[in-house]
Design a protein around this ligand. Sequence first.
Ligand code: NDP
Length: 484
Amino acid sequence: MQRILNYIDGELVEAANGGWLDNVEPATGKVYSRLPDSDETDIEKAVAAAKQAFPGWSGTPAVERARIMDDIADRIEADLESFARAESIDTGKPIGLARKVEIPRAVSNLRFFAGAIQHTASEAHVTDDQALNYTLRRPRGVAGLISPWNLPLYLLTWKVAPAIATGNTAVAKPSELTPMTAHLLAQTCRDAGLPPGVLNIVHGLGARAGAPLTTHPDVPTISFTGGTATGGTIAAATATSFKKLALEMGGKNPTVVFADADMDVAVPTAVQASFSNQGQICLCGSRIFVQRDAYDAFVDRFVSATGDLVQGDPLEETTNQGAVVSKAHFDKVMGYIDLAKEEGGTILAGGSTPSGLPDRCREGFFIEPTVVTGLPHDCRVNREEIFGPVTSIMPFDAEDEVIEWANETDYGLSASVWTQDVSRAHRVAERIASGTVWVNCWLLRDLRVPFGGMKQSGVGREGGDEALRFFTEPKNVCLRLGSS
Ligand code: NDP
């Protein structure tokens, strides 16, 4: 059986305690590899390696750091098929999605920050004729990077790239549910000649490996992406040590469709926003509000387009709906489908496990893309993050009403608004409480924009300059002008 290893000080090693965890393939429900069950001893070694590597790496010219990052990106791109296959097996997502979206986006993360670090400017402020203030931005040291299972390589590189581009070194703890692409990344970093200790990857459980990383006194920076409850635990655990913290957390994102929207684009995009990656993207739009005049026609077209999705073995090219990540997550999502019925919803599509799966997938964690109507806007299904292929569609009458409903959850990550009225688009985008609002589109990405959430979806912003700033400490130097 394949064994995944920790990457510490440039070496691929087992956990110090010799323990292993099973890694299950979601499409089959079977163990297909093992990963180290690491604990604080491994974290200690990884942090020590990162601390030792910091002076050399932060003193390496930016152009050389960028060259190595570009080399890593080139190698991932050259080996894209292996990465896409590993990601599909590890997560249950369709291989086509991994190949077209996630692995290329991971490559872009590395290339973008390799470029960005060579083009950053520092601020200077002249205080009349008295003084010149300039801002030095310096890497802080060892960054702790904690990432989830839904987009494992993409979200890991989203943190690794700005951290090491700015001259920090890093210890990463990927989700134990999806460790394989992080393992491939470790091998790629070695092949590309990344100096030992610059990036360390420690696999294992959140409580045993993640928690000691977040509280380690030699780790001043923590960047976390995952659930809001875990984010809260990390915020509490680090509060009195005043670490620099970025938290990217859950979402319950609204899709608001006005009657004047171009439905030929709005319907297929709303389907994609609901069910891409089996609804397991923090930015998925799982609450769809449609203006009443257009509601019936929208629901018909949406249900019909959902029926066209092809669910099956994630390794098949034709599949566009795979398995959810684990048995525990399967149970959670199915529980919300039961709750939707209890709360008075009507299941118009899906609601169960699919039939007709190939033999290989009989024990896999598959849930049909599920469409629910008839739920009140403020019920639990419409307020809590399900993070699976379950979408609720509701009618609305007025702009004020839909903005109030859209803002009715504790989350505020993203939203999409569909209308051909530009003034309304601006108005609604301004009033929806979320870190990103897409107008007449979904998931369009520009790496320069600030990314993150409002309310319980996040603290701080990543992306572009925000990430470069987050991973560095600004210092003002005030130089008195004139004669001494
Ligand atoms: P979790 O919060 O369960 O886990 C995220 C990571 O934190 C994992 O590596 C986990 O390890 C680790 N972890 C768990 N407990 C601790 C702890 N006490 N200290 C340190 N680390 C810990 O999230 P999921 O993996 O279930 O991911 C899904 C969630 O992520 C959803 O809520 C989704 O909305 C959110 N998400 C947010 C995004 C955003 O950009 N805002 C993007 C993508 C996802 P382990 O796996 O071993 O538990």
